[in-house]
Unconditional design. Structure first.
Length: 348
């Protein structure tokens, strides 16, 4: 497959886990936030539609190697589709290359040993990171009856040589890189007590454990509330699942989230809001209490409100991410939203 250069686009960075590789790739990803290509990527996460008060939003999933950064990106539709994986080569930081396109949306990206792993609603593709050729297609779970999108695959993370995939209301499945297929599935008790929840995000803690974000589909205005919070899943321990509900009074609820871990620290992009907690405090309190960190970006000398857009990375004590900054046009008084780069220290 020939690679096409994209001269104004939207991309970005990151991922893989198995601790040593995760740390190396996070370092590789953060470096890209100083490149012209990343500036284009972040700018294009929020673009005017031409209609007053309307902006097109793109929250990219990203994965990085030592030499390149891969990102999902929505482009102008062509015969091959409008959903692309694009690439920034470290040797050519101003060039954005289109690696491959699809007609369906890519839900998440990971990288390992020269391959890009692209997650879709019901399958996983293994793609050559240089040529963009598809080397393998593996079904995660058969499509849910009636086209229930809450049952789709949502996100994935490396745990050693295994790729843990959260599958919405259907729990999780595990892809074993050595076996080349799915080797394990578990429903996670997401429909306990007749209340329906779904797994929407996963991040590796170590070679045997992952942390999973669970959002509720059942809605109640009074107790008992459906579970909404974090699960720690231990594939080797005697206690397979530990549940920690978000404290609604102090922390609200969690949805549309991306989670990273750094030692004991848990860092969360919760609908664009930066939150932190720790495994220690979570286990001691038996619930999730988060600290909230307001995000500001300077516009014309004034600090303006910002929110995270999609993937983020934590390196050297700082958050690296694309963000949307919001403010009012000083001449017209109308709201303005722009995509930009955010690099900010994570508060203790």
């Amino acid at each position: 497959m020939s690679k096409r250069l994209i001269l104004s686009a939207a991309f970005a960075v990151v991922a893989a886990s198995s601790l040593a590789k995760a740390q190396e790739q996070t370092h590789a990803a953060a470096d890209f936030f100083a490149t012209p290509a990343m500036k284009l990527l972040c700018t294009n996460t929020t673009t005017p539609t031409g209609r007053p008060g309307m902006w097109a939003i793109d929250r990219p999933s990203m994965a990085a190697s030592e030499t390149a950064l891969f990102s999902t990106m929505r482009l102008q539709p062509v015969a091959d589709g409008e959903y692309a994986i694009v690439k920034i080569d470290r040797a050519q930081p101003e060039s954005l290359q289109e690696l491959i396109r699809f007609r369906g949306r890519v839900h998440d990206l990971e990288y390992r040993d020269g391959k890009v792993f692209a997650l879709f609603a019901d399958h996983l593709l293994v793609i050559d990171g240089e040529t963009g050729s598809v080397e393998k297609k593996v079904t995660t779970l058969a499509p849910a009856p009636g086209g229930d999108h809450h049952a789709d695959a949502q996100a994935m993370a490396w745990m050693g040589e295994k790729l843990v995939i959260v599958h919405g209301t259907r729990g999780l499945v595990v892809y074993d890189a050595k076996a080349g297929g799915m080797t394990f599935a578990h429903p996670l008790g997401l429909e306990a007590g007749g209340q329906i929840t779904k797994a929407i995000e996963v991040s590796s803690l170590d070679e045997n454990r992952v942390i999973i974000v669970v959002d509720n589909l059942t809605v109640r205005n009074e107790p008992p509330y459906p579970f909404n919070g974090l699960m720690v899943v231990d594939f080797k321990g005697s206690n397979f699942i530990e549940r920690y509900a978000y404290d609604r009074k102090t922390s609200g609820t969690i949805a549309n989230a991306i989670v990273k871990t750094a030692g004991d620290k848990i860092i969360i992009n919760n609908w664009g809001v930066l939150q932190t907690t720790s495994l220690t405090t979570m286990k001691q309190a038996k619930k999730v209490d988060v600290a909230w960190q307001p995000l500001r970006i300077e516009v014309d000398g004034q600090p303006e409100y910002a929110q995270l857009m999609g993937e983020f990375f934590y390196e050297g004590g700082s958050i690296h991410a694309c963000a949307q900054v919001s403010y009012r046009n000083p001449e017209t008084g109308r709201p303005v939203h722009k995509g930009t780069i955010l690099v900010t220290p994570l508060l203790k």
